[in-house]
Design a protein around this ligand. Structure first.
Ligand code: TYD
Length: 132
């Protein structure tokens, strides 16, 4: 599977570091929604879905967590622990997140508003969508 990790430019000086996110520039779509997860329990595994259309970029702004991405052919595990790195998650990719550090803040940028009808929450249905 072609995993796209976007390297985000860090603007650093003696005051600290800054990363800017701009739609269609370093984020490869118009940003319609941003959400973030924090205070996630250490044994929690979440996600367990794919999307029909939605594209997303996940950035761990603080701490670390692991992703599983599964395109129906291959399953890849990725550690996100760098706030200057964005993981591009295309549509019709099954994702799971786990191993959240205590301090993890996982921010996600999305190209659409929240729409439950865009979710594929059943792995067997996901596999049949991939086959189409
Ligand atoms: P959920 O889909 O269970 O998160 P995940 O599958 O990524 O672990 O979302 C948790 C709750 O938050 C659920 O009630 C739906 C709601 N939610 C929104 O209202 N807007 C959003 O943009 C997202 C991602 C979730």
């Amino acid at each position: 599977m072609d995993i796209k990790l976007i390297q985000l430019q860090k603007h650093g000086d003696e005051r600290g570091k800054l990363v800017a996110l701009e739609e269609t520039k370093n984020i490869p779509f118009p940003i319609k929604r941003v959400y973030y997860m924090f205070e996630t329990g250490e044994d929690v595994r979440r996600g367990f879905h794919a999307h029909k259309e939605l594209k997303q970029v996940a950035i761990v702004v603080r701490g670390s967590c692991r992703f599983v991405l599964d395109d129906g052919k291959e399953r890849v595990e990725i550690l996100l622990d760098n706030p200057a790195q964005g993981l591009l998650i295309e549509s019709v990719v099954w994702r799971e997140m786990y191993d959240f550090s205590d301090d993890c803040v996982l921010m996600v940028l999305a190209d659409r508003l929240y729409d439950e009808s865009d979710y594929i929450r059943d792995y067997e249905i996901f596999i049949s969508e991939v086959a189409k």
